[in-house]
Design a protein around this ligand. Sequence first.
Ligand code: PEP
Ligand code: MG
Length: 367
Amino acid sequence: EPQLSGDFATLMGWADEVRRLKVRANAETPMDADTARKFGAEGIGLCRTEHMFFDPERIGAVRQMIMAETEEGRRDAIARLLPFQRKDFVELFRIMAGLPVTIRLLDPPLHEFLPHKEEELAELAESLGVDVEAMRRRADDLKEANPMLGHRGCRLGITYPEIYEMQARAIFEAAVEIGKESGKALVPEIMIPLVGMVRELEVTRAQVDKVAKAVFAETGTTIEYLVGTMIELPRAALIADKIAEVGDFFSFGTNDLTQTVFGLSRDDAGKFLPTYVEKGILPKDPFVSLDVDGVGALVEIAAEKGRATKPGLKLGICGEHGGDPASIQFCEKAGLDYVSCSPYRVPVARLAAAQAALSGGGVDRTA
Ligand code: PEP
Ligand code: MG
């Protein structure tokens, strides 16, 4: 049972008195959310929704959706996920008790949800009543040479609007329910991943707004909500002034931003990064400690441009760097509002945020 007590809790209290940065957690299960709160998280900065799709009770409907050949077929399949997804958000909102919760709509390529072994694929075809050959063809169609740069993030939400619409509906229905239960209005924060063009955010935001309207009409309850975006592509950072005209907040996805700024794959970097660090070509692993000169420069550009459009635009970071003390130092200097990290790193982040506030935010340069 995680809990902070004694001298450590006292130290944390001092840290909280001096820090400016808020500390949120990346959490997607009730257990994560519970741990996050016990460690002092002030909200959820990133609820990744993909893991919720892998639950054994749900994966069948997910796969049925992927295999469906028509939009209607996909809508029927995804309708089966709605009650589960609504329950996910009801539970998280209840645990977080009014603290902010940022939910990211589906991000990974659909191929990740299909079985990889040939015999599992055959079994799935049988259970869905589809031809094995058709199943194989669909699975092959979904394969990508560079899945991390492929059909994922908002690109999915644009080609299959029914996915984001189901998720948005689950979020709004859950928020209305918890609002009634707690007597306090809940303001859900919906986050769109992998945005690189303004139109992508406009189109996905319109889907979310349409669902919001429908749910408010059905329930007779209107609530406030935010629709924001991840900034995790260099292009998004460079046009952040225009993105801020459409989005209500930014959260820096520095995992993907590191990958795309360096042009190196998150999945393969382990093959050469240790040698780079050993030979002093890079001072540190940039996936752990923020690369100030490249990734950091883009964070600063996006922060400045975003706030030029909307003064006070809420800015956070939810990549792994949000739990790294040196990176938190950078976030302080860049003027972010919060960092979001794994629940177990929340105490470290609270201390680092205090240190950053006290030292005024000097940073190490890499090149
Ligand atoms: C990121 O890219 O930094 C991020 C938080 O999203 P994910 O790691 O899920 O891609
Ligand atoms: Mg990402």
